[in-house]
Design a protein around this ligand. Structure first.
Ligand code: SAH
Length: 286
C-alpha cells in the first residue's frame, strides 16, 4: 500500500482548481485531462459540460456543486469547506470549473480558503467563455481595423458589493465588450452604452452554449439588444459580444455545431491518449 505523507496540518491531499473550458472537450488542456483521469474526487459546477464529465475517472467520487438538473447550487462557503474536508481524506481533489477558474469563476475565493487552511494546491487555466465564443462564432475580439482593445466584464455584481457597472464608461468605439452574465442587464447595458456615446447601430452578438453542439449565435444591434434577447429566447449560458467586430460573424463563421466530433469519438481519442501515456509517466508529469 502506498504511504501518503501528511502535510503539516494533517491534510493528505492536494487540491487542483481546474478550468474545464467552455464545453467542447477537445478544448481541455492536457493537464486538465490528466487530472480528471487521475482524481480521487471531483467537485464540478453546472457549467462543466456532460461530455467533459464523461471523461472523468469513473472510480472516483463525483460531487455536483452547481445548479444542475433543477438542483440548487451549493453556497460558496459550503464548497470551500468541502474542498478542505476532501483534502483531508483524499490525495487528488479536483475542483472542476467552467471556463477559466480566475475569470468570473470565484477561483480566487476558493484558493484563498486553501491558503488559509494551509492546503497544497495548483491552478490550471483554461479557455474562457469569451475566447471560446469568439473563435467558434467567427468574431475576433480584436481586429486591426475594428477594435484595438477588449474588456472582459460581468453584468452581474455580488449583492452589496458596491456600485453597479457604469456602462457609460465603456462606450468608446472600436472597443469590444465581452460580457459574461449580461442577459438580465441587457436594458441597462443598451441604455448606458448609448448614453455614453456608443452608436445605436453598433453590432452585437449573443452566443449561447459556445463551442458545444447546442451553440447558437444571434446578431443584432445595440439599440435592439433587449428585443433581440426577448425575441430569440436565448437561454443561459450566453456571452454577449458588443462591438464592430460582431459584424464579422457572417463572413468568418465556420463552426457547425451538429457536425462537431461526437462524444464516442472523443472517448475513443481519450482512450488512445491514455494508452499512449503509460500510468507511470502520467504520475511523473503531475
Ligand atoms: N469562469 C467562466 C465564467 C463563469 S461566469 C469562464 O471563464 O468562462 C458564467 C458566465 O460565463 C455565463 O453566465 C455566461 O455568460 C458565460 N459562459 C460560460 N460558459 C459559456 C458558454 N459555453 N457559452 C456562452 N457563455 C458562457
Amino acid at each position: 500500500m502506498e504511504l501518503v505523507p501528511l502535510t503539516d496540518n494533517g491534510a493528505k491531499g492536494k487540491v487542483y482548481i481546474v478550468g474545464a473550458g467552455p464545453g467542447d472537450p477537445d478544448l481541455l488542456t492536457l493537464k486538465a485531462w490528466r487530472l480528471i483521469k487521475q482524481a480521487d474526487v471531483v467537485l464540478y459546477d453546472a457549467l462543466v459540460s456532460d461530455e467533459i464529465m464523461e471523461l472523468v475517472n469513473c472510480n472516483c467520487e463525483v460531487i455536483a456543486v452547481g445548479k444542475r438538473s433543477g438542483k440548487h447550487s451549493a453556497a460558496q462557503e459550503d464548497i470551500n469547506q468541502l474542498l478542505i474536508t476532501k483534502a483531508f481524506h483524499h490525495k487528488k481533489v479536483v475542483r472542476l470549473k467552467g471556463g477559466d477558474p480566475y475569470i468570473f469563476g470565484r477561483g480566487g475565493e476558493e484558493v484563498s480558503t486553501l491558503v488559509a487552511a494551509e492546503i497544497d494546491f495548483e491552478v490550471v487555466p483554461a479557455v474562457t467563455a469569451a475566447a471560446g465564443a469568439s473563435a467558434y462564432a467567427g468574431i475576433p475580439l480584436t481586429h486591426r481595423e475594428l477594435a484595438q482593445s477588449v474588456t472582459f466584464i460581468t453584468g452581474h455584481c455580488k449583492a452589496g458589493a458596491g456600485e453597479k457597472v457604469k456602462w457609460q464608461e465603456y462606450a468608446q468605439s472600436n472597443h469590444t465588450l465581452a460580457i459574461y452574465m449580461g442577459k438580465s442587464q441587457a436594458s441597462n447595458i443598451e441604455a448606458g452604452l448609448i448614453e455614453g456615446g456608443r452608436l445605436p447601430e453598433t453590432p452585437v452578438a449573443l452566443v449561447y452554449s459556445a463551442t458545444t453542439t447546442k451553440q447558437k449565435v444571434v446578431i443584432g444591434t445595440l439599440e435592439k439588444l433587449s428585443e433581440l434577447i426577448a425575441e430569440t429566447d436565448i437561454a443561459d449560458p450566453a456571452m454577449m459580444i458588443i462591438g464592430e467586430v460582431a459584424s464579422l460573424h457572417q463572413d468568418l463563421n465556420w463552426f457547425l455545431p451538429q457536425q462537431r466530433q461526437s462524444p464516442q469519438d472523443i472517448q475513443h481519442t481519450s482512450q488512445e491518449m491514455t494508452t499512449a501515456f503509460n500510468g507511470d509517466k502520467l504520475e511523473q508529469m503531475l
